[in-house]
Design a binder for this molecule. Structure first.
Ligand SMILES: *[C@@H]1O[C@H](CO)[C@@H](O)[C@H](O)[C@H]1NC(C)=O
Ligand SMILES: *[C@@H]1O[C@H](CO)[C@@H](O)[C@H](O)[C@H]1NC(C)=O
Ligand SMILES: *[C@@H]1O[C@H](CO)[C@@H](O)[C@H](O)[C@H]1NC(C)=O
Ligand SMILES: *[C@@H]1O[C@H](CO)[C@@H](O)[C@H](O)[C@H]1NC(C)=O
Ligand SMILES: *[C@@H]1O[C@H](CO)[C@@H](O)[C@H](O)[C@H]1NC(C)=O
Ligand SMILES: *[C@@H]1O[C@H](CO)[C@@H](O)[C@H](O)[C@H]1NC(C)=O
Ligand SMILES: *[C@@H]1O[C@H](CO)[C@@H](O)[C@H](O)[C@H]1NC(C)=O
Ligand SMILES: *[C@@H]1O[C@H](CO)[C@@H](O)[C@H](O)[C@H]1NC(C)=O
Ligand SMILES: *[C@@H]1O[C@H](CO)[C@@H](O)[C@H](O)[C@H]1NC(C)=O
Ligand SMILES: *[C@@H]1O[C@H](CO)[C@@H](O)[C@H](O)[C@H]1NC(C)=O
Length: 417
């Protein structure tokens, strides 16, 4: 009840203003007094008391508030059927919980109607290689919906918002936020197998881009590779590596989410050449390729799906926003077979682990991917978000290099054999 009074006082724009009105309750009280948090509260009290103590101690003077995303009891029920708690590993569960803690004060009134990506406390390199902590996407839909986007395109909705406690603010979410997966597991549900296959032609490149910190990857979809199939399958190995490297930004101040794009921004790629971001007709483009799906979070950064293979020898390509699919930037003719997919390693275990993730919020599935991205990406990238991803059904690929996915909860660690 106390809360509803505070919540009603939404005219406040910062927690310090809120707190100036009187001392807020402790986190312990907030957890105990909020509906539907029995499981979350039990887990914290029994196994993570230091975390509760830490969050309660957040320094109000320096205003280092946190935003705590608290999965509801029904969110937890779905989680219990997943593998997250299977090993009862304090490290794995602790990291999962850390992904629910966002730096800063993100009350509904301060969340924007276009996506923002904010650092969380998940910073253990076993699970993430994003500097300052793996990010979560926050967006306000309409006047009062708070939507959170996490790994595998998971979309969670805050069902109780703006519950203040001494260290910050808490939202109760209808589906847990899931730590982003390494590139390969993240890309498969979006059917980005040509790019993965091409990457696996050079195993050390595949390993490097999976583990490098703070990457931004522009991933052409399979149709894009088919359109220039004759070229990409006939160039020499060095040229193919160069080509792929031209789709990847390592570091350079990234990862670069759509929220960091502006018109005519230039980024230096791993290949050495520059790519240029352009914005038009509610779309983002990189060189002449249109971004079809944006801000797909991965363990070491972010990927954006594009409709064209970029050409490192054609850095000046410009988009024609008026047309749908952009003209290929490489010369070459199309091929019937999707290039490079025959060498994709067997990913059966990976894919089945992804499909065993708990369903996302609001009736969506955990791998809602395309749909949820489209729904939750406002204006700029939404208008043209058309996708090839459907939350793919499990499928097996031919033999080849076999990375072995060792699953720890939702987290997968790659061992290159
Ligand atoms: C608690 O959960 C139940 C069942 O999911 C739901 O009907 C109810 O609205 C929730 N309570 C609050 C305060 O959101
Ligand atoms: C809480 O934990 C974080 C991350 O481990 C640490 O950086 C911070 O200093 C701690 N805060 C307090 C008040 O103990
Ligand atoms: C998980 O481990 C903790 C100790 O770290 C223990 O208290 C708890 O009972 C265990 N839970 C299960 C379900 O085994
Ligand atoms: C909201 O958007 C505005 C303008 O784009 C920006 O200045 C501000 O920092 C954003 N707020 C948050 C919390 O991201
Ligand atoms: C992060 O990078 C380190 C090497 O620097 C690697 O051992 C670890 O597996 C990477 N983490 C993930 C999730 O890929
Ligand atoms: C394979 O990738 C590694 C790491 O990026 C690179 O050093 C090497 O030159 C590449 N090999 C070929 C044949 O392109
Ligand atoms: C780009 O140009 C270099 C040098 O002429 C060539 O070796 C390479 O194959 C070209 N790459 C593509 C994708 O055409
Ligand atoms: C890339 O762009 C920067 C300016 O942002 C420029 O200084 C640099 O020369 C460009 N590099 C190439 C290879 O064109
Ligand atoms: C972005 O810049 C290009 C010129 O490079 C311009 O034609 C276009 O209108 C600009 N887009 C926006 C949204 O301002
Ligand atoms: C993946 O892409 C290929 C080639 O475009 C297509 O034939 C296949 O049906 C797609 N699979 C899924 C699950 O979307």
């Amino acid at each position: 009840m106390r809360f509803h009074l505070l919540a009603a006082a939404m005219i406040f724009t910062s927690l310090s203003t809120v707190f100036a009105q009187g001392s807020p309750q402790s986190l312990e009280d907030a957890l105990a007094n909020t509906d539907n948090l029995t499981s979350f509260n039990d887990l914290l009290k029994s196994q993570f008391p230091e975390l509760v103590a830490n969050l309660s101690r957040q320094d109000q003077q320096s205003q280092q508030y946190v935003t705590l995303l608290a999965p509801s009891d029904s969110a937890f029920e779905r989680l219990s059927s997943s593998s997250i708690f299977a090993d009862n590993s304090t490290k794995a569960i602790g990291s999962f919980l850390n992904y629910h803690i966002i730096s800063g004060d993100h009350q509904l009134s301060t969340v924007n109607q276009s996506f923002g990506f904010f650092p969380t406390r998940l910073d253990d390199p076993t699970y993430t290689n994003v500097t300052n902590g793996q990010r979560l996407g926050l967006v306000k839909q309409g006047d009062s919906e708070l939507v959170i986007v996490s790994g595998t395109g998971t979309r969670s909705r805050a069902e109780q918002k703006d519950i203040y406690f001494a260290g910050g603010v808490m939202h109760v979410i209808d589906s847990p936020v899931l730590p982003p997966q390494p590139l390969i597991q993240a890309a498969v549900p979006f059917n980005l197998t040509s790019f993965l296959g091409a990457g696996y032609q050079n195993r050390s490149l595949a390993q490097y881009i999976t583990q490098a910190r703070d990457v931004t990857i522009f991933v052409p979809n399979n149709v894009a590779f088919e359109k220039v199939g004759s070229t990409v399958t006939s160039i020499d190995a060095r040229s193919l590596t160069d080509l792929l490297d031209y789709h990847i930004i390592v570091g350079e101040g990234g990862p670069f989410y759509t929220s960091s794009f502006s018109n005519n921004t230039i980024y230096k790629t791993l290949q050495g050449g520059n790519v240029t971001i352009r914005q038009a007709s509610n779309s983002n483009f990189v060189n002449s390729a249109r971004m079809l799906q944006t801000d797909l979070l991965i363990a070491n950064g972010v990927m954006h799906v594009i409709d064209n293979v970029l050409n490192p020898n054609g850095t000046g390509a410009v988009p024609d926003p008026a047309v749908g699919p952009q003209a290929p930037a490489l010369t070459g003719s199309s091929v019937a077979d999707t290039p490079f997919t025959s060498i994709i390693p067997s990913l059966t275990s990976t894919i089945s682990s992804i499909s065993s993730l708990p369903p996302g919020g609001t009736g969506a599935t955990g791998t809602a991917g395309a749909t949820s991205t489209r729904k939750t990406t406002p204006t700029r990238s939404s208008a043209t978000s058309q996708s090839t991803a459907t939350g793919a059904a499990p499928r097996t690929y031919g033999d080849g290099v076999r990375p072995m996915a060792v699953l720890c909860g939702t987290f997968a660690v790659f061992i290159f054999l």
